[in-house]
Structures are given as C-alpha cells and as structure tokens.
Design a protein around this ligand. Structure first.
Ligand SMILES: [Zn+2]
Length: 106
C-alpha cells in the first residue's frame, strides 16, 4: 500500500502514453498496436482516458504494488480498456500472445 505515486511526472507519462495510442490507432498500419492488451479489441480513443468502459487506461504489465520501481518505466506500460484494467485484478495477467511473465525469482 502507498507505493504508487501521483506526481505531475506520472500524469505527463500517462497523457503521453494515451496520445501515443491514439496516434497508433489512427494509422491502419499500426492500429493493432493500440488495441487493448488484455482482450485484444479496439480501445475508444475518441473519449478521455478512464471515462467509459471502452476508454483508454495505462495498465502496468508488472503490477506497481510488486514492482514500484517500474511504475514510470514506459517498457512496463500497456494499452488497456478501463473495464479490462479494472477487472484484471492483481496477479491475473492475461498474457495471450505476449509470452509468460517472468517468474518472481528471476
Ligand atoms: Zn480490453
């Protein structure tokens, strides 16, 4: 508890990541890269992040509770639906097509 920070830097990275997804989504060549990494369907980039079930959220591939040092690491960012991210829960990563997460002892 309490490891997650909410600084202006966090907010800047979050906004940048949303805008990156929106750019990818707008280009047919890269559109799939902007899909939700949990359910592999399209995210609604026309609305503000975290405002509707289909809207964009920044999901951390490795949960911040376990990997606080990765909270602001863009390598750990994944595009996800607000709904999918909320229902994912800790430790239940659906990694279809993305390989297995590294073992905790790695
Ligand atoms: Zn989804």
């Amino acid at each position: 508890m309490g490891k997650r920070t909410h600084t202006r830097e966090d907010q800047r990275l979050r906004t940048e990541f949303f805008e990156e997804g929106r750019r990818l989504d707008a280009d047919p060549d890269t559109r799939e890269l902007a899909d939700c990494h949990l359910c592999h369907t399209r995210i609604d980039y026309t609305v503000d992040p975290a405002t509707t079930p289909d809207s964009h959220t920044l999901d951390h591939y490795f949960p911040v509770d376990d990997y606080p040092e990765l909270q602001n690491d863009p390598e750990n960012f994944r595009h996800a639906h607000f709904n999918c991210n909320s229902s994912r829960g800790k430790g239940e990563a659906n990694t279809n097509g993305l390989g297995e997460p590294m073992a905790a002892w790695w």
